[in-house]
Design a protein around this ligand. Structure first.
Ligand code: HEM
Length: 394
């Protein structure tokens, strides 16, 4: 065994790719309880192969998302990621209205560009900083706050609630307190839009209707509580991963600095190579099999999207960051009926953020005097760098 399982699966500091590679070489689907590698007998399962992951995510009748309600649902409430079938379609159609293309274009001009520009204004004169502390940890959360109508000065408080709700299963009391605090805070904003819709995202959400039916109260709250963790935690870490990739591949950094049309390739390759969300959960609704591995009804099935994105059967030299690889779909945003609703916004933020950073902080490189620990992408279920100490030419 080329890896230490406890170290690989450490929630905050894990390095799981070597483990997933080795497991995938044995079987694309792994029974985690019996460790019997393909001999399913009632345990939980890890799906590691590309085509197997795609199969599970697309077959939502066999592999239900209801398991998500039992876990984070406790902290977030009625969740879109925890529903199946018609219930899910109805809910998704309602909230999708608030993510319409014209809103996205409006956010680009009114939120995304001004927010990243202001964050960079604050650090640019110093010639030295930590890109995680100073920029990435603030940027997507401020964008989501702006979208929901929360004043930017409260963004840090929101980031804190988002983290606590997201990790509520690890610290229940703190998770529940954050859930209540966020709801109390948002209630007046929701009531205001109910009375006086302004055409913004929150008004769209509160007033959305499909076939004469709107969002039920609990689902509106479930969606709002999910939005901040889903939109902020995820994108900020991927942005750190993209910057880490460029800083550790100076040849690519030079090319991108000279030609921003390469940025979409940088964003897609980062999502494939090191996404922030490594896995999504399903539960088998009846006895079935995946790639010949028997799976019993009621078994949890974890689709390891990040392992699927490193499957050598789909991607050559899969562990390397290579912006020139031929385009091929990845599953960093999932696929099938639950595919990420915020993926266009995430891509927009990532491209705009990287463009602003690279153009305003010239000759960006790691700070040789920053000391230990060396910057590193880490984590088991959520991955990103904790620090990116850098210097640039003023
Ligand atoms: C790079 C950043 C992001 C990553 C890696 C990511 C990843 C994912 C993944 C893997 C799923 C599928 C979950 C499943 O199948 O169970 C998902 C769903 C979702 N994401 Fe994202 N996401 C990102 C950004 C965002 C943003 C910016 C928003 C909103 C502003 C958002 C909102 C959602 C929502 C609402 C769903 C649930 C869709 C449904 O269940 O129908 N995400 N995301």
């Amino acid at each position: 065994m080329a890896y230490d399982r406890a170290a690989a699966t450490d929630f905050f500091h894990g390095q799981p790719y070597a483990m997933w590679d080795e497991e995938r070489q044995h079987a694309p689907v792994m029974n985690m309880d019996g460790m019997s590698l393909g001999q399913g007998d009632g345990g939980s399962y890890h799906v590691l192969g590309w085509s197997e992951a795609e199969h599970v995510l697309r077959d939502a009748e066999t592999f239900s998302s209801s398991i998500n309600m039992a876990h984070i649902g406790e902290f977030m409430g009625e969740l879109i990621v925890g529903l199946d079938g018609d219930e899910h379609r109805k809910y998704r159609n309602l909230v999708a209205k608030a993510f319409r293309q014209s809103q996205l274009e409006r956010w680009d001009d009114t939120l995304v560009r001004p927010i990243i520009a202001k964050l960079i204004d604050e650090v640019a004169p110093h010639g030295r900083g930590d890109l995680v502390r100073d920029i990435t940890s603030k940027y997507p959360v401020q964008v989501i706050c702006g979208i929901v109508g929360v004043p930017l000065e409260d963004a840090e408080q929101f980031a804190d609630w988002a983290v606590k709700i997201n990790t509520g299963t690890l610290d229940r009391e703190t998770g529940f307190a954050a859930k209540k605090a966020m709801t109390d805070y948002l209630r007046p904003l929701v009531e205001e839009r109910r009375e006086h819709p302004t055409g913004d995202f929150l008004s769209d959400l509160v007033h959305a209707e499909v076939d004469g039916h709107g969002l039920e109260e609990e689902r509106l709250w479930g969606f709002l509580r999910l939005l901040l963790p889903a939109g902020a935690e995820t994108t900020y870490r991927v942005m750190g991963n993209a910057l880490f990739a460029l800083l550790t591949h100076p040849d690519v950094m030079v090319r991108v600095q000279a030609d921003f049309s390469l940025l979409p390739a940088v964003v897609e390759e980062t999502l494939r190579w090191e996404s922030s969300v490594t896995m999504v959960s399903r539960v088998a609704m009846h006895d079935t099999e995946i790639a010949g591995c028997p799976v019993k009804a009621g078994s949890p099935v974890n689709v390891i999207c990040s392992a699927a994105n490193h499957d050598p059967a789909r991607f050559d030299h899969a562990d390397q960051f290579d912006i020139d690889r031929p385009p091929a779909l990845h599953v960093a945003f999932g696929t099938g009926p639950h595919q990420c609703l915020g993926m266009h916004l995430a891509r927009l933020e990532l491209r705009a953020g990287l463009e602003e950073i690279l153009s305003r902080l010239p000759n960006l490189r790691f700070d040789p005097d920053a000391g230990d620990p060396a910057p590193l992408i880490e984590g088991f279920a959520f991955r990103g760098p904790n620090r990116l100490p850098v210097i640039w030419d003023r």
